[in-house]
Unconditional design. Structure first.
Length: 195
């Protein structure tokens, strides 16, 4: 499965930071009066991949000197459920020190997740999806950017390689199995459709 590279996550951080800087109010009670704002990355579960993501976020925070712009990054590990993501997004809406949220959406068609993303946008919080996107045909306006891969193209490449392997082994019949952590995730569906 494709996962965003450290470099793409650093670019995400830089993009989010530049978006977040526009129109950020000064000190608030929730940030202790320092004026520091948070950029939060919400995972779709507790996979060790997200540990590498956190390292990339922290490295990007240093590289782009976000402290100088009164920004900090943090990862928020979701429990692997859509309900968990919805609850986290609702909590963020009650906090005034959040400048941006990146989320790896679990369910591309979950209107409650989309609604909470839009509620944050209304508060001026910048939203980006990473790795797992919303249904682009229906909910593209719920986020500003998606950082990931074209999973249909990736699926096609996998299908082509599988066909070549079966032909090389002279297999006349058979099938294939795909594994995905979340089958209602847009990137998983796109990969499966591509194959």
């Amino acid at each position: 499965m494709f996962r965003p590279s450290w470099r793409s996550l650093t670019l995400f951080l830089a993009a989010t930071a530049s978006l977040a800087l526009a129109g950020c109010p000064a000190a608030t009670e929730s940030d202790g009066g320092t004026g520091t704002k948070r950029i939060i990355f919400v995972t779709n579960g507790d996979d060790p991949f997200w540990d590498a993501c956190l390292s990339g976020l922290k490295e990007g925070e240093k590289q782009y000197k976000l402290a100088d712009t009164k920004l900090t990054v943090q990862r928020d590990v979701n429990n692997g459920t859509a309900e968990g993501q919805i609850e986290k997004l609702r909590q963020y809406a009650t906090q005034d020190d959040i400048a941006g949220v990146a989320i790896s959406v679990i369910q591309a068609d979950n209107s409650a997740i989309v609604e909470e993303m839009k509620n944050l946008q209304k508060k001026g919080v910048k939203i980006i999806t990473v790795d797992g996107d919303v249904n682009r045909e229906l909910y593209r306006d719920a986020r500003t950017y998606y950082i990931g891969t074209d999973n249909v193209v990736g699926g096609r490449a996998l299908g082509t390689a599988t066909k070549a392997l079966l032909e090389a082994k002279k297999v006349e019949s058979g099938g294939y199995v795909q594994f995905s952590g979340f089958t209602d995730n847009d990137n998983a569906r796109s990969r499966m459709n591509g194959v």
